[in-house]
Design a protein around this ligand. Structure first.
Ligand code: SF4
Length: 481
């Protein structure tokens, strides 16, 4: 029999011009700035997993859809349930120290003395793991982290390493700017802080590439300071716990500010803010997932607006809660399209092929990385024949021993069509038209006028700092050549 799903009347975020929204904003602002005890707790919801009968959650609180914050009592409950859950459910990671929190009301264990910068929980270990974990799955990060710590076990080692070597250790993680910034920050720490990572958020924020989240994570986890660290996982958990954050705060700066205020209230004046921040992140990563949340395993159901809404509507919580955080449907990221012609020049040396790569100039997203000679064009794809590659050929002619043709005609070159590669950056949709060219290079010629260029054997390409789309280009060309 077909079941009809009951719809729950949820108030949606209204655009900024709405007078209704202005009224809600005023109420939200006062909610966020002042923490009041909740009204009468007559209809208390007691979770079966509640550690203490005195820690109860008001159903009236959870029914209040304008909630953008927690009462003091709710903060107490959240801390206790979250930290107890974290003790039993945290993942062991090479950079993570065991939780300091102890169950049954015992005081947290004292901070460990971190003499070795790469030991779990040490500032350097936490910082590098946070930089690597941005935009990358933890299972991937673990291998990179271990290799990195073997070769660069301290800030000093990182500051003294050549950037090229740092890139090589990073190769495959993507977003190479993170590696460049970490290298730069390490030099700042050596110059300005005698090689010791500062523990306060303001000093951390002055370091290259360190934003509010990383500063909060390092300061709380490695130094025990009572500061928040709000990443995407934490935002999602908070948006579901307090549905008012989506309904009353405009996406963007206003909502972000509200997330930070709620998270800061949760860690205010506690000794082990690092545990609490990591517990929130862990709940977001392993239980409160973007789709298919596992509410039945969550320690926070009794505090959760989204879960309570689903219960009242008698609908399945895991799919219902995915509506939070509500997105701003009026805001679209502008994506532009770009056509790039990319030339893969290679040489056969003995039994192996070597590819000519050049280092990209500038400080942009891909600055400093290796790539095949290429050029962005504003032509139609139909115009990207051999003729279109003339300019790229001119660039490499005479470089690193490459000799492409006489008089700049290049008419007798055997360019192999290797098709197209598509790649999407956050705001650019690229179509790369790829051709391969086999050249002859003598040993004497190799290296001539080759500044910024190098030959790399095809098996070594993935080990050097090359962007993902350029790796696809090289693969496509060598497959066809
Ligand atoms: S109860 Fe469900 S929606 Fe709420 S925080 Fe837990 S997992 Fe997320």
């Amino acid at each position: 029999m077909r079941q009809t799903r009951r719809r729950v009347p949820v108030q949606r975020y209204s655009p900024p011009s709405s007078p209704l929204r202005k009224r809600r904003r005023a109420s939200a602002a006062s909610d966020v700035s002042s923490y009041q005890s909740p009204p009468s707790q007559s209809a208390a919801v007691q979770s079966s997993s509640s550690p203490s009968p005195s820690l109860t959650v008001s159903a009236a609180d959870n029914a209040n859809k304008s909630n953008t914050t927690f009462s003091l009592e709710q903060v107490q409950i959240l801390r206790q349930r979250l930290l107890d859950w974290y003790v039993d459910n945290h993942r062991e990671l090479p950079w993570r120290a065991p939780p300091r929190h102890q169950k049954n009301g015992k005081a947290p264990k004292p901070m460990q003395n971190m003499d070795c910068p790469s030991s779990p929980g040490a500032p350097y270990a936490v910082w590098i793991s946070e930089v690597m974990s941005q935009q990358t799955r933890l299972s991937v990060v673990v291998q990179y982290y271990k290799r990195w710590m073997q070769e660069l076990p301290s800030v000093k080692h990182l500051a003294e390493a050549p950037l090229e070597r740092v890139y090589e250790l990073w190769a495959g993680l993507g977003y190479y700017r993170r590696a460049r910034f970490a290298h730069e920050a390490a030099k700042q720490i050596v110059d300005q802080h005698d090689g010791r990572i500062p523990g306060d958020v303001n000093s951390l924020l002055k370091l290259c590439g360190i934003g509010r989240y990383t500063a909060g994570a390092v300061s709380s986890i490695a130094f025990g300071h009572a500061v928040a660290a709000v990443d995407g996982n934490v935002e999602r958990v908070l948006s579901r716990l307090r549905s008012g954050l989506s309904q009353n705060c405009a996406p963007g700066k206003e909502r972000s500010r509200a997330y930070w205020e709620v998270a800061s209230a949760c860690v205010e004046d506690i000794e082990n803010a690092g545990d609490l921040n990591q517990a929130l992140m862990e709940v977001g990563a392993s239980v409160c997932k973007p789709k298919g949340a596992q509410c039945e395993k969550c320690p926070l159901t009794a505090l959760c607006d989204a879960y309570q809404e689903a219960q009242r509507a008698k609908v399945e919580a895991s799919s219902y809660v995915s509506r939070y955080p509500m997105k701003d449907k009026t805001k679209r990221i502008k994506v532009r399209s770009e056509t790039v012609i990319a030339l893969v020049v290679f040489v056969q040396r003995g039994g192996r092929r070597e590819v000519l790569l050049r280092r990209r100039e500038g400080d942009g997203l891909l600055g400093g990385l290796w790539e095949t000679p290429n050029r962005v064009v504003d032509w139609d794809l139909d115009d990207c024949g051999d003729e279109a590659f003339r300019e790229v050929l001119r660039e490499v002619d005479g470089v690193a021993g490459v000799c492409c043709g006489e008089n700049g005609e290049y008419s007798d070159l055997n360019l192999v069509d290797a098709g197209q590669v598509r790649h999407v950056f956050s705001h650019i949709r690229q179509r790369l038209v790829v051709k391969a060219l086999k050249v002859e290079v003598t040993k004497d010629e190799a290296g001539r006028r080759g500044d910024g260029y190098r030959w790399v054997s095809e098996t070594e390409v993935e080990k050097c700092a090359i962007s993902k789309q350029m790796r696809k280009v090289v693969d496509a060309a060598l497959k066809k050549a």
